[in-house]
Design a protein around this ligand. Structure first.
Ligand code: NAP
Length: 259
């Protein structure tokens, strides 16, 4: 299927690795011009080179922290008028809520709620004028199925979800859609880091923790980031214009609800 986004401008945040990188690759494969962003320049340039080689797409890089005003300004300077916006940032640290200070909460809200809202605010009016816009927020399956040690993530991402639910209906008439992609366990660095933390806390081996996690997933495996990237590309497609305000869980069947 031709997704109808050839030549569209895409800003993909936090995209040198993992799920963001996979979204950048899938969009580039569909012919979008992609601006990729991450803090570490080396991994970012390597990822961009790889995507250029695989797809022949025009890829621009911005080495910046998207959770800061300066980082967002740099992103928007490189891509002032995106047709496609994929918001993403690293997830907050795990732990017990008794250990978290007000500053920890502000940092989580900044990264996983206010940064996407700021980026949407800066770009959505031009999408409305052009009568085409696709916004995808990478959130977490924890929005539907909270993870106890990830309380900062549960809270901040649910705040974003509530805001977006209202805004999506305000802009739908202009062919601007806003959807959230909710990853369950995908095989990325983030997943390994979370397993390492559990290993330190429990004394169990990382292999043991990973095997037990996979056994609990109906699909019996972790997600492949490429599967996530392709779902993102579909949400950004011309064909997905009637799908908005949704929270799409990609988790191999882990979330047990009927709806
Ligand atoms: P990852 O493999 O660790 O990749 C994170 C990417 O984001 C890297 O490119 C990183 O590069 C970039 N990044 C992080 N913080 C940034 C910042 N402040 N500004 C700009 N770039 C930043 O993580 P992932 O697994 O793809 O996860 C992506 C998001 O999905 C996270 O919020 C995570 O919590 C969430 N999630 C993931 C899973 C999973 O199973 N993988 C499940 C649920 C939710 P630099 O470090 O160089 O900046």
């Amino acid at each position: 299927m031709d997704l109808g986004i050839e030549g569209k401008r895409a800003l993909v945040c936090a995209s040198s690795k993992g799920l963001g990188r996979a979204c950048a690759l899938s969009l580039a494969r569909e012919g979008a011009q992609v601006v990729m962003l991450a803090r570490g320049r080396e991994a970012l340039e390597a990822a961009a080179d790889d995507i250029r080689q695989q797809t022949g797409a025009r890829v621009v890089t911005v080495a910046a922290d998207i959770t800061t005003p300066a980082g967002r300004a740099a992103a928007l300077q490189a891509c002032p008028d995106p047709d496609i916006l994929v918001t993403n940032a690293g997830g907050p640290k795990p732990g017990d809520f008794r250990e978290w200070s007000r500053e920890d909460w502000i940092a989580a809200l900044d990264a996983n709620m206010l940064t996407p809202i700021e980026l949407i605010r800066a770009t959505i009016d031009r999408m409305i004028e052009r009568r085409f816009g696709r916004i995808v927020n990478i959130t977490s399956a924890a929005v539907k199925m909270p993870i106890d040690i990830l309380g900062l993530s549960n809270g901040a991402r649910t705040g974003l979800t509530g805001f977006v639910a209202g805004l999506a209906r305000q802009v739908a008439a202009h062919n601007v859609t806003i959807n959230n992609l909710l990853p369950g366990p995908f095989a990325t660095d983030r997943l390994t880091q979370t397993a390492l933390k559990t290993a330190q806390n429990t004394g169990r081996s990382v292999e043991d923790i990973m095997a037990q996690r996979q056994a609990g997933i109906p699909a019996r495996r972790f997600g492949d980031p490429a599967e996530f990237g392709d779902a993102c590309a579909f949400l950004c497609s011309a064909q997905a214009g009637y799908m908005t305000g949704q929270n799409l869980v990609l988790d191999g069947g882990l979330y047990p609800g009927t709806l």
